[in-house]
Design a protein around this ligand. Sequence first.
Ligand code: CU
Length: 190
Amino acid sequence: MDLKIRTRRIAAPFIALGLAAALLSGCSAERSADTADQPAPEADALQISETWIKAADDGMTSGFAVIQNPTDHPASLVQVDSNLAEHVELHDMEGTGTAMSMKKLPGALEIPAHSTVELAPGGTHVMLMGLKEELKAGQSPALHLTFGDGSTREVAFEIKSYTGAKESYAPHDGETEHGTGTEGSEHAGH
Ligand SMILES: [Cu+2]
């Protein structure tokens, strides 16, 4: 609490300073905005596809995506938020075989210039912990993504039932669960 208030007080003069600087250098700022030197916000420049989340009744589940950076500038995914879960973290897998476990990424997920980063089962993933509601196949809730430059974007993730490779936290291996197909997939949008 106290910290937050203090940060805000400190931030105000800096914002004023930045504003003054922007006004003073109005001409040059306008010029550089026209050139390629000014990178587009990461939220707009990154191409995000194949977004999906494993269907789950409760507890935790994970989300996946393919993030492509076609620009000349490095980008990063800093944070993912959702009101579907108590906590959302970016996780990575560590170790091999049966000793494989997941851990929170120490920092942002880097997406270097002209590269594609894949979040997939068995690898980097978005971890949704403490689900507040059942995630049923066919739904397409939006997650809130925050990037390295502070830009943000809502991205729809399709809920899919998935019985492939499990991470270590999914104990029911080999069970034949089906029937939660994607029939009646009304894209709730939201
Ligand atoms: Cu995880």
